[in-house]
Design a protein around this ligand. Structure first.
Ligand code: SAH
Ligand code: SF4
Ligand code: F3S
Length: 458
């Protein structure tokens, strides 16, 4: 590939506006928001929709194939003026930056800054250098230092993410996360409570606690007593204006009886659990180094359903892991039939450079993966539609998150994370962040439709 031309923005010209483009998981989105807040602190402002930005931050994800190639083509489009008229200053952040920082600097002279997910609190310093024409790479992993160096949150939306735990020690054989995000660390209890209070004061009514293995979070409360995620959730539930708490993503092996009990006892903890299983075959799970069996996973879901009978379940699946036979794939289909997920994500296996599975024998041909993915998704869609259809004729509480495209149309989420839309011309004065009661009248695979029964419960 030809090297990409340097930016046309003159050095010494301090960028005034920025755009952060996040491509990854919710934690990547959270990081993107925090980078934006830091740039705000530097006196910059977010470029509005359709407006050229002086600085573009590509906040990358490394989990899928072609992640790196995509970045080079994005950089190419930015510098050739295909994305915006004037070439911006470019920063590459996120998990590809962590994994391939040096390479990006070499291959793309247009990039001024490369910053890993654990080092972005140093973005302002890097920006100072970049303005002077010095390119900088920072892919250090200084554990928890990042969070205390970030500005106070100012986000004003009804729903907010809060990263409580980062990194992963599980080393599933297909996954890059332990390499791009580093070892598991938990943010301190007190910091999380104050960040949550700040978010609620500025308008958040729902907080989703984030971590690669969020249920491995551990800390000490203000009295020095050891707490698990359930302890943190119980404390957060005491914040009066906070209405809803969610958490994602969990690992089956980090579930505790306390967290299961919290689902039965804490009203603000929503009846929804995203618990990836990846495969229904014990042989494949072992080769993936998941360290749990299909049976163990199903037993855990049984316990969750006993604690919270209406819980909506979600999962992640990988089809075509090296060596997966047709019979093993069918075990995944059987597991799906048994669980009946309300929602799920499914992926074709993608060999990630540097992971053990990438060099395993018996890589599965693409056509076989395509076929398996299609068959799996047909079942998952069937169940998702059935779950939504079962809501018709019932009422549910909706947290209003945004206006729809048509006048009087509103969008929000049910407790089970279904997207709910409803129309109400009269109720034009509503505030985003209101909790309303809606009667569900129709259901599709991806959303349900309702009519307003009672406005503003809070
Ligand atoms: N920490 C979470 C999520 C990790 S990434 C967990 O342990 O479940 C999100 C999902 O991406 C994974 O659950 C997995 O289904 C998928 N994934 C990760 N690496 C992958 C790969 N190499 N190929 C295909 N899917 C992958
Ligand atoms: Fe990746 Fe496994 Fe860790 Fe999840 S638990 S982030 S899939 S290594
Ligand atoms: Fe992607 Fe990194 Fe998240 S690889 S899924 S952005 S942790």
């Amino acid at each position: 590939m030809k090297p990409i031309t340097p930016p046309r923005v003159a050095p010494n010209e301090r960028p005034q506006t920025y755009r952060v483009k996040s491509f990854g998981c919710q934690m990547n989105v959270y990081d993107g928001e925090r980078m934006g807040e830091m740039l705000d602190e530097q006196g910059m402002s977010a470029a509005s929709e359709g407006e050229d930005a002086d600085l573009v931050v590509l906040n990358t994800c490394h989990i899928r194939e072609k992640a790196a190639e995509k970045i080079y083509s994005d950089i190419g489009r930015l510098t050739k003026g295909k994305t915006q008229k004037k070439a911006p200053m470019i920063a590459v952040a996120g998990c590809v930056a962590q994994a391939e920082g040096e390479e990006i600097m070499k291959r793309a002279p247009a990039v001024s800054m490369v910053v890993g997910p654990q080092a972005y609190h140093r973005l302002p310093d890097m920006l100072d250098k970049a303005v002077k024409g010095e390119r900088a790479t920072d892919t250090d992993m200084p554990a928890i230092a990042k969070f205390s160096a970030l500005p106070v949150r100012k986000k004003r939306t009804p729903t907010a993410f809060l990263t409580v735990q980062e990194g992963c020690d599980k080393f599933c054989t297909y996954c890059v996360v332990p390499y791009t995000r580093g070892a598991e660390i938990s943010r301190p209890f007190g910091d999380l409570i104050s960040e949550a209070q700040g978010l609620v004061e500025s308008g958040a009514r729902e907080i989703t606690l984030l971590g690669q293995n969020v249920n491995a979070w551990g800390g000490e409360n203000e009295k020095g007593i050891a707490q698990g995620l359930d302890g943190l959730i119980r404390q957060l539930a005491k914040i009066p204006k906070l209405q809803r708490i969610r958490y994602t993503t969990s690992h089956p092996n980090d579930f505790t009886p306390g967290l299961i009990a919290a689902h039965a006892e804490v009203d603000k903890l929503m009846p929804y659990l995203h618990l990836p299983v990846q495969s229904g075959s014990d042989r494949v799970l072992k080769a993936m180094n998941r360290q749990h069996t299909a049976e163990g996973y199903l037993r855990l879901l049984e316990q969750m359903r006993a604690a919270r009978p209406d819980i909506a379940l979600s999962g992640d699946f990988i089809v075509g892991f090296p060596g997966e036979t047709e019979a093993e794939f069918e075990e995944t289909l059987s597991l799906v039939d048994e669980v009946r997920y309300a929602q799920a994500y499914s992926f074709k296996y993608s060999p990630r450079p540097g992971t053990p599975a990438a060099t395993m024998d018996n890589q599965i041909p693409r056509e076989v993966m395509d076929d398996r993915l299609q068959r799996l998704q047909a079942r998952l869609n069937r169940d998702q539609l059935a779950f939504n259809a079962a809501s018709v004729g019932k009422s549910c509480t909706v947290l209003v998150e945004r206006k729809g495209k048509l006048p009087g149309q509103w969008l929000g989420k049910s407790p089970w994370l279904q997207s709910v839309w409803f129309a109400d011309e009269e109720w034009g004065e509503a505030e985003l962040g209101d909790m309303v009661e809606v009667d569900v009248i129709d259901a599709g695979a991806n959303s349900v439709q309702g009519v307003l029964r009672q406005a503003a419960l809070t």
